[in-house]
Design a protein around this ligand. Structure first.
Ligand code: PMP
Length: 283
């Protein structure tokens, strides 16, 4: 069955959903995006994603295509029209359509949304954990802005795949920044969670914010600071967070088993808490 795709105010069959070749998202990756997960037909952390979208737009002087309330209405309509019970909604805003020029044109932004049905609650990663490799972080210096420049993370995933792993952790100046499409964490032998502090170096994950809040509520100690791959290899557990992975356990780093090589208790518990608590506020 063909999906319904949103393009600049219209809900279209996916075959008819088209964007100009002059769109700056296509020509210059002059675009930002958000991914919101859906469970039982409801969006998790919608407010967080909408707020981060507005921040990303502001950081690159791009006009907002609509208000947060309108954005929510469009997301809801997309869930309805696509009969989406579980999966994700992808949203992209580009600067718009103009002749090629490095100077920002004064045009209206383009906005596109589509849905992807996917099993997000019961995933193989949640059950068995994932293997990661470490690779140099070759991305640009404003990773706090959620732009569509995703070639470096794609190359990272391909390197992981070639090495027989599931994902890559990115390393800069000897310290882990984040995963290719997620925030990275370790759990020390005393149970303390360590994850990199927020800066221009990483994306401020909406899932990260929620998971750190739930960890604090569960009396788990959290240190927000950089850590090395060597420290990670000595850790009791490791995991990642993202909107579609929630909390994804990591059981191997660069071929070294983490803990006993099985999904850790902290990651399992935080995943359960994240899903149940987020569902309470899902809209
Ligand atoms: N870091 C990067 C580089 C990402 O691409 C993502 C996923 N968009 C995240 C972190 C996690 O962010 P969120 O929890 O908001 O999905």
């Amino acid at each position: 069955m063909s999906r319904t795709v949103y393009v600049n105010g219209d809900y279209l069959p996916e075959e008819d959903a088209k964007i100009s070749v002059f769109d700056r998202g296509f020509l210059m990756a002059d675009a930002v995006y958000e991914v919101t997960s859906v469970i039982d037909g409801k969006m998790l952390d919608f407010a967080g994603h909408a707020t981060r979208l507005m921040r990303s737009l502001g950081e690159i002087d791009m006009k907002a295509p609509c208000s947060i309330d309108e954005l929510e209405a469009i997301h809801r309509e997309m869930i309805k029209r696509n009969d989406l019970t579980e999966g994700l909604i992808y949203l992209q805003v580009t600067r718009g359509i103009a002749d090629r020029d490095f100077v920002y044109p004064d045009v209206e932004p383009s906005m596109v949304l589509f849905t992807q049905a996917k099993s997000v609650v019961n995933s193989l990663i949640a059950k068995h954990g994932m293997k990661v490799i470490s690779i140099p972080d070759i991305r640009w210096g404003r990773r706090d802005i959620k732009t569509v420049q995703l070639l470096a993370p794609s190359m990272g995933k391909m390197a992981a795949k070639a090495a027989g792993a599931d994902d890559a952790w990115l390393v800069e100046d000897g310290f882990v920044t984040e995963g290719t499409s997620n925030n990275a964490y370790i759990v020390k032998q005393d149970g303390t969670i360590v994850t990199r502090d927020l800066s221009h170096d990483i994306l401020s994950g909406i899932t990260r914010e929620a998971v750190l809040r739930f960890a604090a509520e569960a009396q788990i100690k959290v240190e927000e600071r950089p850590f090395t791959i060597e420290e990670a290899k000595q850790a009791k557990e490791a995991f990642v967070t993202s909107a579609t992975t929630f909390v994804g356990p990591v059981v191997e780093i660069d071929g070294v088993m983490i803990g006993d090589g099985k999904v850790g208790d902290t990651a399992r518990r935080l995943r359960e808490i994240y899903i149940s608590e987020s569902l309470k506020t899902a809209i």
